[in-house]
Design a protein around this ligand. Structure first.
Ligand SMILES: [Zn+2]
Length: 101
């Protein structure tokens, strides 16, 4: 499916931030929280689980039947999961900082 299943892990934990790296030391994300490392760890755990959650969504959408009239506009379980997959596959927008000055 093209994503890095089970490659993300929490590698280092700071006082207020948690670092997430890929298998080969590829930097994935840093999560920080003014509320403390407990909240940062909770958020980091969700990020680390994201590839597995995406894989689970692919499996679920394969077997679920649409029961919202065939249009799947997000009102049935299959539509909700399909929308989550679409959101996960969307790339973050590229921001041109030069043009904003
Ligand atoms: Zn549907």
């Amino acid at each position: 499916m093209g994503h890095v299943k089970e490659l993300w892990k929490i590698v280092d934990e700071g006082e207020l931030q948690v670092y997430i790296y890929g298998q080969n030391g590829t930097y994935v994300a840093e999560v920080s929280s003014d509320a403390g490392s407990e909240e940062a760890r909770t958020n980091a755990a969700l990020i680390v689980a994201a590839p597995d959650l995406l894989e689970a969504c692919y499996a679920a959408v394969e077997v679920l039947e649409c029961n919202c009239g065939g249009q799947c506009e997000g009102s049935c379980t299959k539509g909700i999961i399909a929308a989550a997959i679409t959101k996960a596959k969307r790339k973050a927008p590229t921001v041109n900082y030069e043009s904003q000055r």
